[in-house]
Ligand binder design. Structure first.
Ligand code: SAM
Length: 176
């Protein structure tokens, strides 16, 4: 059980804010979701716990979003790398930064790489459909699978629906 409102280790039902998914673009498949979240994100093809995304063919999709169930994230990561090896499709997977330091991570990504998007703050997941969670006890990263390793630090404000007024910032920069 982690600190904060989201019980990551016991509960697979926590959801990504739409603004985070939107930051990475438009997706055509999510292998681990609910009907409600797929509709909210505008993702046409999806699987749920009932249809089991791990038993589906992901190679036919162009751009895949995954926030895997916490308890079996390694299985989703393995399948993501297997799929990428075959189809070279765009696969984005979100997980706790701590997961990078595990053997399961290095085993899944063997001889492959990824672009790591690292925000300078915590993503506040929704602790149930429509419910806002508090800041979780650890940070998250989004990995885009690719052939080599790369890192991009991103501003947490850019992942939020309400962003600071960019016009105002430009005036601050150029002065009166
Ligand atoms: C962490 S939530 C993320 C949901 C959504 N993709 C998002 O980004 O907000 C993971 C979801 O995967 C579902 N799930 C669990 N096992 C699954 C499986 N084998 N296949 C597909 N979905 C599964 C859970 O019920 C849960 O709704």
């Amino acid at each position: 059980m982690a600190k904060g409102n989201v019980a990551f280790t016991k509960d697979n039902e926590y959801y990504t804010p739409k603004s985070v998914v939107d930051y990475f673009g438009k997706f055509d498949y999510d292998p681990a979701t609910t009907k409600e979240k797929a509709e909210e994100f505008g993702i046409e093809n999806y699987d749920t716990i009932e249809t089991d995304g791990l038993n589906q063919d992901w190679t036919k999709y162009k751009k895949i979003w995954i926030n895997p169930p916490f308890t079996i994230k390694h299985k989703f990561l393995e399948k993501a790398y297997e799929t990428y090896r075959i189809a070279k499709n765009d696969i984005y997977i979100l997980f706790p930064i701590e997961f990078l330091t595990t053997k399961r991570m290095t085993n899944a990504s063997q001889n492959m790489g990824g672009k790591l998007f690292i925000p300078n703050g915590r993503i506040n997941f929704e602790s149930g459909l429509g419910k806002k969670g508090k800041s979780p006890a650890f940070g998250s990263v989004v990995l885009k699978i690719q052939d080599y390793w790369e890192v991009e630090f991103i501003n947490i404000e850019d992942l939020k629906a309400e962003k600071p007024n960019k016009q105002q910032n430009i005036f601050d920069l150029i002065g009166d």
